[in-house]
Design a protein around this ligand. Structure first.
Ligand code: MG
Length: 165
């Protein structure tokens, strides 16, 4: 896999009325998996969210800061240097279809899904629904789809960050 595309609301942050803005359950483990496998060169992680559609992640970090994300999750997200993407109408504009990818989103539109079908990659959209399954991020990382678990390699700081040596 070359690219991971990551939405924010409803995927890494809860968006139901009661918990809006809180980090999803298991977010620390989810981010650790992504960070670890990105460091190993398994894939590149890209933002695919309305909070960042002009190629700049400035607003996105302001948004995260103004929400109720745990500080250690925020710090890890900052260190991961997730790539901002550019798109106007449809998120699929930012997807590189020439490379393998996984796209995590809670709310892909019908039009976006049609484009995935056209490219025969509809299975690469992982539909997240944290209101149906609050443990879905854990299920995703246990499935192995986002790579190896950090602690198999005795990743010394799997909930934090290991500087690349
Ligand atoms: Mg969303």
């Amino acid at each position: 896999m070359k690219n991971i595309y990551l939405d924010i609301d409803g995927v890494i942050l809860l968006d139901d009325l009661k918990n809006r803005g809180r980090g999803a359950l298991h977010l620390g483990f989810f981010l650790s998996h992504l960070a670890y496998n990105q460091q190993k060169g398994s894939y590149t992680i890209n933002w695919l969210t309305t909070h960042c559609k002009d190629g700049s992640d400035k607003r996105l970090f302001e948004y995260l800061k103004s929400n109720k994300v745990h500080q250690h999750d925020y710090d890890l997200i900052e260190k991961m240097k997730i790539r901002p993407t550019t798109w106007k109408e449809l998120k699929t504009e930012a997807i590189d279809f020439s490379e393998d990818f996984l796209w995590f989103d809670d709310d892909a539109s019908l039009q976006e899904k049609e484009i995935l079908y056209k490219h025969k990659v509809e299975h690469k959209l992982i539909e997240v629904n944290l209101q149906k399954d609050k443990n879905q991020l854990q299920a995703i990382l246990h499935s192995g789809m986002i790579g190896k678990v950090p602690w198999v390699d005795e990743y010394p700081n799997y909930l934090g960050w290991k500087e690349k040596v």
